[in-house]
Design a protein around this ligand. Structure first.
Ligand code: TYM
Length: 332
């Protein structure tokens, strides 16, 4: 039995990338309540400029989408990060384990701090320390596997490094986790800018398919996707033909095929785009329907989160207490 932990931060509407890279993998993992924990990591949403009302709204929406995607609260633990104090309790100990240089090397920190600076905002200190809080999210539960998309691999490696270092210095305390990535669509790219990741935080980009986009909107975005120049037909080449490769990846992820093999069935981009649009619409349709039902019962979603937080606390508390003792702090 494998302990699994993963999370999504409520900084924007969830995208097809979040679904294919993370949520769908989570649903596929065989779960028992004490084995798989999935978290709306709301504290992470405060690391960049934020509007409190929007964070509240998005936190509820992300939790509702967890359920709508098929995560079963009887089989896994669903909760809100800020409802379980152990995350921030452990984060401080890991700040005392990580180094400043290590934090500044994180790719996402470099990108996001540059963006914040360019727009004249200050860079929040929490943006720098964010990967340590993420390590705490993971290590607090004795996590073995962290199902994520490609962009989170570096952060999970940091969690591994911190676990190993802490264990070497202070005695065996943490399980050393590893990232697990989906076979295809571990990095869904923006349909208009196929060399950049499809991201939820960049605003209502025309190249981003949101999980709750209406079918007509999804079709329009896919049909307008940037494809590559050159008349080499439909071939799967992520370096030379990133736009087409991205569409093939998405199609493969939706239909279960192999992207290179799928390419052979197409002579032009139009037919490929139509099939991608159909596949994405059909993939998201049941999720959207379930979301509409669940959004009408917010009290039921809140109850799931309350029960989940209780379970999560019970699992994390002894591990975090052990870390407090190991690092040299007296018991209260
Ligand atoms: P976040 O909220 O940016 O993304 C949530 C999950 O979705 C995946 N993902 C993608 N996968 C494929 N293609 C894309 N275009 C794409 N965009 C996003 C991400 O890889 C991720 O798995 N720091 C994390 C949240 C976090 C976390 C954790 C994750 C906080 N604590 C502990 C795992 C364990 C983040 O910002 O993810």
């Amino acid at each position: 039995m494998t302990r699994i932990f993963s999370g999504i931060k409520p900084t924007g509407h969830l995208t097809l990338g979040n679904y294919l890279g993370a949520l769908r993998q989570w649903v596929a993992a065989d779960q028992r309540p004490d084995e798989a924990l999935f978290c709306v990591v709301d504290l992470h949403a405060l690391t960049v400029e934020h509007d409190p009302a929007r964070v509240r709204r998005l936190s509820r929406q992300v939790a509702t989408l967890f359920l709508a995607s098929g995560l079963d609260p009887d089989k896994c633990t669903l909760f809100m990060q800020s409802h379980v104090d152990e995350h921030t309790r452990l984060s401080y100990l890991l700040e005392c384990t990580a180094t400043d240089g290590e934090m500044r090397r994180m790719i996402q920190y470099k990108e996001k701090s540059a963006r914040a600076q360019a727009s004249g905002e200050g860079v929040r200190l929490s943006l720098l320390t964010y990967p340590v809080l993420m390590a705490a999210d993971i290590l607090a539960y004795g996590t073995e596997e962290v199902p994520v998309g490609e962009d989170q691999r570096q952060h999970v490696e940091l969690a591994r490094d911190l676990a190993v270092r802490f264990n070497q210095r202070y005695g065996q305390t943490f399980t050393v986790p590893k990232a697990t990535l989906p076979d295809v669509a571990a990095r869904v790219m923006d349909l208009q800018e196929p060399t950049s990741k499809m991201g939820k935080s960049g605003g209502p980009g025309p190249g981003v398919v949101f999980m709750l986009d209406e079918p007509g909107v999804i079709r329009k975005k896919v049909m307008r996707a940037v494809t590559d120049s050159g008349d080499g037909g439909v071939v799967y080449d992520r370096e030379a033909r990133p736009g087409v490769a991205n569409l093939l990846d998405v199609l493969a992820a939706c239909t279960g095929g192999d992207p290179a093999a799928l390419a052979e069935g197409y002579s032009g981009y139009g037919a490929l785009k139509r099939d991608v649009a159909d596949a994405v619409v059909e993939l998201l349709r049941p999720v959207q329907e379930r979301h509409a039902e669940l959004a009408a019962e917010p009290a039921a979603v809140e109850k799931v989160l309350r029960v989940g937080a209780g379970r999560a606390r019970d699992l994390a508390r002894p591990i975090v207490d052990r870390a407090y003792r190991a690092i040299g702090l007296l018991e209260p």
